[in-house]
Design a protein around this ligand. Structure first.
Ligand code: IDP
Ligand code: MG
Length: 140
């Protein structure tokens, strides 16, 4: 399996509770390197655009508002099989269903406030990374 990159977001519930270091320690310990990172407040356009695949879902408006409710950390992770590895370390969408030891099980609060986002395919990873980062902002 080749070296991949994936987009990770630390969500507002986690920046608010000052657990970004704990989350990134879990990511780094798993073998993922943070090769780009910034702390930003999402605009309405950014939050709506980023989650546009979910716009028909009943939770879309709440999700957009939640993602604008505080700062987020957007970051690019790099490593062997990074897309799936990040999803494995994150755990299931609902923290109540996430395996013990995963970020969502240890840190997540609810199915919405589940602390982290991770790209779900290599193709989406490429698109999501370019949503937030210019090539020259990525420093492997
Ligand atoms: P994922 O983040 O595990 O890929 P998705 O189904 O892509 O899960 O959903 C995107 C985000 O939308 C979730 O991480 C979560 O914050 C929110 N979400 C998903 N399902 C629900 C729900 O049933 N109620 C409220 N929020 C949800
Ligand atoms: Mg998803």
């Amino acid at each position: 399996m080749a070296i991949q990159r994936t987009l990770s977001i630390i969500k507002p519930d986690a920046t608010k509770r000052d657990v970004t270091g704990k989350i990134n320690q879990m990511l780094e310990t798993s073998g993922l390197r943070i090769v780009a990172q910034k702390r930003i407040k999402l605009s309405q356009d950014q939050a709506e655009g980023f989650y546009s695949v979910h716009k028909e879902r009943p939770f879309y408006n709440d999700l957009v508002n939640f993602m604008m409710s505080g700062p987020v950390i957007v970051q690019v992770l790099e490593g062997e099989n990074a897309v799936k590895l990040n999803r494995d370390v994150m755990g299931a969408t609902n923290p109540e269903e996430a395996d013990k030891g995963t970020i969502r099980a240890e840190v997540g609060l609810s199915i919405e406030a589940n602390s982290v986002h991770g790209s779900d395919s290599e193709e989406n990873a490429i698109n999501e990374i370019s949503f937030f980062f210019e090539d020259e902002e990525i420093c492997p």
